[in-house]
Design a protein around this ligand. Structure first.
Ligand code: SF4
Ligand code: SF4
Length: 247
């Protein structure tokens, strides 16, 4: 978390309210430098009824994480709109039901640690206090946990934590750039999920890896199961971990 964030506990009170009546309505959707996680992309491309490759081409840019060497996806910069989100409208967010995790959590940031012994995750929260956000001047008062519970962010956090585990392992065991096809394969498995599915079924991409039939059946339709398989494959080709398949 950054220095300008104020740590806050889940049981602490948060005076904050956001609505279309807020004087700053939509201000948080401008001047963006927002990265998108694999699960964010699944929700957005399905909301827009696009294939992942079309969504990525139309709305995103790829960078290389300076510390990790891993692909990082952000909204495509749009200086003409003041770097506004491509989905903000006068009426608000046009993809509200499927908005990214960071939009759901704002004005909070979430970080985690994971126990090396048990794998148990501990969450940490902080308030991002930015001058444009007037939501703190509202009267509504709730605990941090109560506020987060209204944001329907659980599945986002679960999937994003799986990515964070891979990034942490990469930082610990394989610092620096990816080699050979690793970067393309990471992008394919984590972000361009519909092309990943297509290559599995039409190009024998994972044919040497004995993927069980129940997994192959499930990933035909289920993007979350496909992303889980993508994460397993990344762990296999980056770290040599055996692939695990939950029934
Ligand atoms: S996705 Fe929606 S809530 Fe998030 S920045 Fe864009 S318009 Fe705003
Ligand atoms: S700036 Fe803050 S209060 Fe205003 S719309 Fe965004 S989150 Fe809500």
């Amino acid at each position: 978390m950054n220095d300008d964030m104020i740590p806050i506990l889940p049981e602490e009170r948060l005076t904050f309210e956001c609505s279309s009546a807020s004087p700053c309505f939509n201000e948080c959707c401008r001047d963006l430098n927002q990265f998108l996680t694999p699960y964010d992309i699944i929700r957005l491309k399905n909301n827009l009824k696009l294939k992942s490759s079309e969504f990525l081409r139309k709305f995103t840019s790829m960078h290389k994480g300076p510390g990790t060497g891993l692909p990082v996806i952000t909204f495509k910069p749009d200086p003409d709109s003041g770097h506004a989100c491509p989905f903000v409208t006068k009426q608000g967010c046009s993809v509200y039901a499927d908005r990214p995790a960071s939009c759901r959590m704002y004005p909070l940031a979430r970080a985690i640690t994971r126990s090396r012994d048990t794998g148990e995750i501990t969450e940490y929260f902080a308030i991002i206090e930015e001058p444009h956000c007037k939501g703190f001047e509202a009267q509504k008062d709730q605990t941090v946990k109560q506020w987060i519970d209204t944001q329907d962010v659980k599945i986002y956090n679960e999937m994003n934590d799986k990515l964070m585990e891979i990034i942490s392992l990469k930082n610990m065991t394989r610092p620096g750039n990816l080699v050979g096809a690793e970067e393309d394969n990471f992008y394919l498995a984590c972000y361009d999920i519909d092309s990943f599915r297509d290559k599995i079924f039409n190009n024998d991409l994972l044919s040497g890896l004995s993927i069980p039939d129940f997994v192959l059946d499930k990933i035909k339709e289920d993007d979350i199961a496909l992303l889980d398989l993508g994460f397993e494959w990344v762990r296999y080709f980056l770290f040599g971990k055996d692939m695990k398949f939950d029934q």
